[in-house]
Design a protein around this ligand. Structure first.
Ligand SMILES: [Zn+2]
Length: 283
């Protein structure tokens, strides 16, 4: 049953010091002096995907692309989809329309220049598009993207648009929004698509949730993972609160093995492949 549906596997390519929760601890001026671990960790994901013969979409920070051009070339050479995660990993909700446009333009240009391929997908850092910055979709379209995967229809203290659609839809003319997957169960909407939730729950629960989602909705799911989630040895950031520490460092030593199970138990491909029909129907 679950094997009959092909889901979208996505990676947000950023390093441990670039996550939104650590933004205060690592201002942009300090990024270049941090040991870069994203290249090695993304290689581990590439090996895992290669072993399971699956293709994925890599929403990549162009800041990383500037420093690791060979990694970007390898992602493309192995048949994966390259997409944008912005340049400076700033929440869109904290930017003016002009600042957002500059960041996104820069990101798309660098990624396309380094890779030599067209970038058609974008994911906002920390799923930071909502009612207050709906204008962002106009800018995403204007810059030539064809889809966005920037919303998470759940309640969360840092992001989430619980009232917004849960499945891919044309959000404005010529642009599709593809939300990250949630499960409706027990009168609630549950996040089941990766990140901290995948590290918190035992694998059996994640697998059950995804199977339930398929039974209920008969649709593809969108899953996401970060390269730093496969790196238990990453440097510990001092002075962060308990909640952030718990969320960021929990079960980092379990992700690679769990992801391997997930790749075995379900079918996966890129966003571009899974949503090919939606993208063709775009008006
Ligand atoms: Zn991110």
């Amino acid at each position: 049953m679950s094997k009959a549906i092909t889901n979208a596997m996505t990676v947000d390519v950023e390093d441990y010091f670039q996550v939104s929760a650590f933004a205060k601890h690592y201002p942009h001026s300090r990024w270049d002096s941090q040991p870069l671990r994203v290249e090695k960790n993304t290689q581990r994901l590439l090996s895992l995907f290669n072993k399971h013969q699956i293709k994925a979409t890599f929403f990549t920070l162009s800041w990383v692309a500037e420093r690791c051009p060979n990694l970007i070339k390898e992602i493309v050479a192995q048949g994966h989809e390259l997409a944008s995660h912005g340049h400076w990993h700033q929440r869109v909700s904290e930017l003016s329309p002009q600042e957002f446009k500059q960041d996104l333009y820069r990101s798309k240009s660098i990624l396309e220049q380094v890779s030599g391929v067209e970038v058609m997908g974008y994911r906002a850092p920390s799923f930071s598009i909502g009612d207050e910055n709906f204008w962002a979709f106009e800018i995403i379209r204007e810059l030539g993207f064809r889809y966005s995967s920037s919303t998470y229809p759940i309640k969360h203290d840092h992001y989430g648009v619980p009232q917004w659609p849960r499945f891919s839809y044309q959000v404005i003319d010529e642009l599709i929004e593809i939300p990250v997957t949630t499960l409706k169960r027990y009168c609630k909407t549950w996040p089941i698509a990766g990140g901290g939730y995948f590290r918190l729950a035992p694998y059996q629960l994640s697998r059950w949730a995804l199977k339930q989602f398929h039974l209920q909705e008969q649709r593809a799911a969108v899953f996401y993972v970060h390269p730093w989630e496969l790196d238990p040895q990453q440097p510990r950031t001092c002075g962060v609160g308990y909640k952030t520490r718990f969320r960021h460092y929990l079960n980092l030593d379990k992700v690679e093995q769990r992801l391997g199970c997930l790749l075995t138990d379900f079918n996966w491909s890129t966003m571009k492949n899974v949503y090919q029909t939606d993208l063709q129907l775009i008006k």
